[in-house]
Design a protein around this ligand. Structure first.
Ligand code: SF4
Length: 361
């Protein structure tokens, strides 16, 4: 049975009622702990899907992905008015372009803060990101007048680490929970907007319901940026598929391990730099192949559905080589490209059905 999960709107209303500040945060990687140390609550904006995206079209090329089109349209229609600031990680050229459009042309009331992310896992990448987070600290101090101490930062980091450990536990126990594919992703995606303590509470309650059950459906991995439109998860259920693991930017690629350093900025940086492989953070095809094949072996997955946002360069660029290498390792895959505004055409169900049938035989 699925526990009730509050919606983004309900959470924001509640936070505002308590006088909290809200940061609208665009994809993908940033430090929740740093914002929370300033009593700023991150609420992530992955689109949102299924809105009128025409307002953003005046400032963006048509070949920019629907996440960026939607984010800009949503902002222009007043959907982000509730936010006190907008944080935009430098995930890809499209989000960097959006940052420039906002700062130079649209100039919204909210402060726009970019966050630059290194593309590697070397020592200098950790140092660079730790410095970036220090700069962000200064901006947030200027904005709020607050100066959290190292102890405050570490307390915020530990709270997020605890929440991420529970998120990982949900992943580990997903087959034992009485949740559909859609139910599981509704739960884990609430990490995008619930305060960590609230999410931890919800995760613990769900974990208490876990009971040993036989695996069901044809086991697959879902890869890509996000499972939107989320109907895809119902389609996989209907076609007797079971998502046993994922390589999604909004979910599995953010299963951050606890940091090691006692120095807070370095620890926040470590958590992001050593996260699972992600093309937007510069991981190589070889690293991704190794990660995906290990994931398939340990979860018994028979194939991968690459569920991609149209025009997402970092994802699409890797796919030919990545799929060929996975095929060599005996892991079949399929690509489904979507616009997060459109309902899924029936053809998607047919293709997923045919793919699962092929895996079954
Ligand atoms: S979908 Fe791809 S191109 Fe669009 S914002 Fe995300 S990473 Fe960037």
């Amino acid at each position: 049975m699925q526990m009730t999960i509050p919606t983004r709107k309900e959470v924001i209303k509640d936070l505002k009622k308590q006088g909290g500040l809200v940061a609208a945060v665009l994809p993908i990687h940033y430090s929740r702990a740093l914002l929370r140390a300033f009593a700023i609550y991150p609420v992530e904006v992955w689109g949102p899907p299924k809105i009128d995206a025409s307002l953003g079209g005046a400032h963006l090329q048509p070949y920019v992905c629907s996440i960026v089109h939607n984010a800009l349209s949503f902002l222009k229609m007043g959907g982000l008015n509730i936010a006190d600031l907008i944080l935009i990680p430098h995930t890809c050229d499209s989000l960097q372009g959006l940052t420039s459009v906002l700062i130079d042309l649209i100039k919204p009331e909210q402060t726009i803060i970019p966050l630059y992310l290194p593309r590697g896992q070397r020592e200098e990448d950790v140092t660079f990101l730790a410095d970036e987070l220090r700069s962000l600290y200064t901006r947030l101090s200027d904005l709020t007048g607050k100066h959290p101490t190292n102890e405050d930062l570490l307390a915020a980091i530990k709270r997020e680490e605890m929440s991420d450990l529970l998120l990982a536990k949900l992943y580990k126990n997903r087959q034992q929970m009485a949740l559909s594919n859609l139910g599981f992703y509704r739960l884990v995606r609430s990490r995008e907007y619930l305060p960590a303590e609230h999410f931890s509470n919800l995760a613990e309650k769900n974990l208490q319901t876990a009971a040993k059950k036989p695996p069901k459906g044809i086991p697959i991995i879902l890869s890509g940026i996000l499972p939107e439109p989320m109907e895809v998860l119902n389609i996989i259920d209907e076609m007797n598929g079971q998502v046993v693991a994922d390589d999604l930017a909004c979910c599995g690629r953010r299963l951050y391990e606890p940091g090691v350093s006692p120095e807070p900025f370095r620890r926040m940086a470590e958590r992001i730099i050593y996260a699972p492989p992600d093309p937007t953070r510069g991981n190589s095809i070889e690293e991704r192949v190794k990660y995906l094949t290990t994931m398939a072996q340990s979860n018994g997955a028979r194939g991968v559905i690459f569920y991609e946002v149209k025009f997402c360069e970092p994802e699409l660029f890797d796919l030919p080589n990545l799929r060929a290498a996975l095929k060599e390792q005996g892991l079949a895959s399929i690509i489904i490209e979507v616009d997060i505004n459109n309902s899924l055409p029936r053809q998607v169900a047919t293709r997923i059905g045919a793919f699962l049938e092929m895996l079954e035989n």
